[in-house]
Write a protein that binds this ligand. Structure first.
Ligand SMILES: [Zn+2]
Length: 617
């Protein structure tokens, strides 16, 4: 009943003109909203020390890992890693955007929305889902006809042929081409179909230029993959750049609309669902072309995560269809890292994960082109259990690793074990993995216990709020460690701002928060009030902030900050060395020059180590 009330309220609010929320209004709502009270309405919270904990509403769990911190007015889940401020919570709870979240909170608190907040004459009127679906289906047909018939689509057809995708499959997957000029979608949709600018803007097919009343088309000169929801309605598009064009991103997608939510889309699920039921498992690959290739190769039970981060919603969608999942990510470091990032989210939904080991640099499509259908199928038959894959990799690489690196890797593997909700499964895995890792079972169990937040029996003296899972305690990256220090006091932010160049800070969510914080630290010299990063407390930056704020604090802040700065500088140099190594194999004629550059970098590395050691003493 509460939900239907909520959706009534929402649809009523939706009929209002679109809001623009001023910073003052947002901060006024933030001040009045008590995060414990708001979250307490949907989550049963128990006090634990200064925090409150409960079962996370965003992933399924039996032991609480969802924390609310009233002193800092944010929440964080150690299981699925979501977190942020009160607006972020309402956004996730009601699956609305930021503006709606502010409206809902204002309404809850009985704060009237001022007139000037609610006037936006340019806002499009609402469109029914039926109309949007029908329009998008027609547009997918339009793009498809262009691919088959339009002279402009030559590059697209050549590209598909170069990837060994025959005509029959263009039709089955309704692939398309977005022409430009007089043949464009815009000309057809507005002149022939008489669709309104507002409808096309609403569907994110055209955008308004910032100055004047000019429009531009979102997709031009690109190969088009229609994206369908689970019932099979077209809800948006993914558009691939075509060679030799180099303008814009390789793929651009429809932005969030009221139909298209990136975190809830799995490409090809509407075609694959029956095959998933039949075969009993699903294959998850990275891109649309891989999904098409695998379907061609007789593995139609495939979906593509299409480059967006895997969300707990994706896990739940999969769990409704099957409990067995095979990850077929690209055979590069990024693919391996992605597998590690996805695994805990799948484990939380109690999905068993196998991994197809792609040779380095290959994806399913390139492997198929080089080796053919039979070998591709053979490769997939050899999919191995996620943990065996992790251990195999460690065993292969351990020859060139230091003892500390090995232990760190074992810790990472234990972190994956800790992500499994079932204690029986965890115990049997330890039995299986201990001999292969040459570790004693007892030591592994003890470390697993620490990762799970259980103090060992002999030393059970930690405070009560420590008994909840803290699986990521050992897994902070250098930029997260530095962010933790920079948030704790302005002086560490300033210290980092003076020592690091922007290129030494990775372009990750915590890295981006750090960049901004370092900038702010140079512009003022009063201690933080905590308001400085309010505007970053939502989305992925909010998650990054809440994650580090939930970590245990180091004993010595200055030293922690120095260590993190050192690690970032070293990481940046190591990346340059890697780049030179790659260049060396690509351009053997420049080997002398490259070796000299490498020598310089290694010298810098040595100096960096020396400085760091001096600071330690
Ligand atoms: Zn969670």
């Amino acid at each position: 009943m509460i939900n239907s009330f909520k959706s009534d309220l929402l649809s009523m609010l939706r009929t209002l003109p679109m809001l623009k929320i001023s910073d003052e209004f947002r901060e006024m709502i933030r001040d009045r909203a008590d995060i414990v009270e708001i979250i307490g309405k949907t989550v049963a919270l128990k006090q634990a020390g200064q925090d409150f904990v409960g079962l996370c509403p965003f992933h399924e769990e039996r032991t609480p890992s969802f924390h609310v911190v009233p002193s800092k007015q944010f929440f964080h889940c150690f299981g699925c890693k979501v977190g942020g401020d009160v607006f972020e919570f309402v956004k996730l709870r009601d699956k609305v955007d930021f503006v709606d979240a502010v409206r809902i909170l204002a309404d809850d608190l009985g704060v009237p929305i001022p007139e000037q907040e609610s006037q936006d004459p340019k806002a499009p009127k609402g469109f029914s889902r039926k109309l949007q679906h029908r329009t998008l289906n027609e547009i997918a047909d339009f793009y498809h006809r262009q691919l088959l018939q339009n002279g402009q689509a030559d590059q697209a057809r050549k590209y598909l042929e170069s990837r060994d995708i025959p005509l029959e499959w263009w039709k089955r997957f309704q692939l398309g081409y977005a022409p430009s000029g007089p043949d464009s979608l815009f000309a057809w949709a507005v002149r022939q179909k008489k669709w309104s600018y507002n409808l096309l803007t609403h569907l994110d097919l055209i955008g308004r230029k910032s100055e004047g009343n000019k429009f531009y088309e979102r997709f031009r000169g690109r190969l088009i993959f229609p994206i369908q929801d689970e019932p099979g309605n077209v809800i948006g598009f993914s558009a691939r750049r075509l060679p030799p064009d180099t303008f814009g991103g390789k793929y651009i997608n429809t932005r969030e609309t009221d139909l298209f939510h990136k975190g809830r889309i799995l490409y090809n699920l509407h075609r694959a669902k029956e095959e998933i039921a039949k075969s009993g498992y699903v294959i998850v690959c990275e891109g649309q072309l891989d999904a098409i290739t695998l379907t061609m190769a007789g593995m139609p039970n495939v979906v593509a995560a299409q480059g967006t981060a895997w969300t707990p919603v994706h896990s739940k969608m999969m769990r409704r269809h099957t409990q067995q999942l095979v990850l077929a990510l690209d055979g590069d470091v990024a693919g391996q890292t992605a597998a590690g990032a996805i695994f805990p989210k799948l484990a939380a939904a109690e999905i068993d994960v196998k991994v197809v080991v792609m040779p380095a640099g290959e994806d399913p499509n390139s492997y198929f082109q080089k080796h053919g259908v039979d070998q591709l199928r053979a490769l997939f038959r050899k999919a191995i259990d996620f943990f065996d894959w992790q251990v195999d990799r460690l065993v292969q690489e351990s020859g060139s690793m230091t003892e500390a690196q090995k232990i760190h890797r074992i810790d990472t593997i234990l972190g994956f074990v800790a992500a499994l909700p079932n204690p029986l499964y965890r115990a049997s895995l330890i039995d299986r993995l201990a001999p292969r890792l040459h570790c004693s079972r007892q030591a592994m169990e003890e470390q697993l216990g620490r990762l799970l937040g259980h103090a060992p029996a002999a030393r059970r003296t930690e405070p009560a709020n420590r008994k909840f899972p803290r699986v990521d305690r050992f897994q902070l990256t250098p930029e997260e460690l530095l962010l933790q220090a920079a948030l704790s006091s302005r002086q560490y932010a300033e210290m980092a701002a003076l020592e690091l160049t922007p290129s030494e800070i990775p372009n990750t969510p915590p890295g981006r928060v750090l960049q901004e914080l370092l900038q702010i630290s140079l512009e003022s010299d009063v201690e933080w009030t905590g308001r400085e990063w309010n505007h970053l407390m939502n989305g992925e930056t909010g998650t990054a902030i809440s994650k580090v704020l939930m970590q245990p604090v180091p004993g010595d802040w200055a030293r922690a900050a120095r260590d993190a700065i050192f690690a970032l500088k070293r990481g940046a140099i190591e990346q340059q060395v890697d780049a030179l190594n790659r260049k060396m194999s690509a351009a053997p004629d420049q080997i002398d020059l490259i070796l000299r550059q490498k020598r310089k970098l290694l010298d810098r590395l040595v100096i960096l180590h020396k400085i760091h050691e001096c600071a330690e003493e």
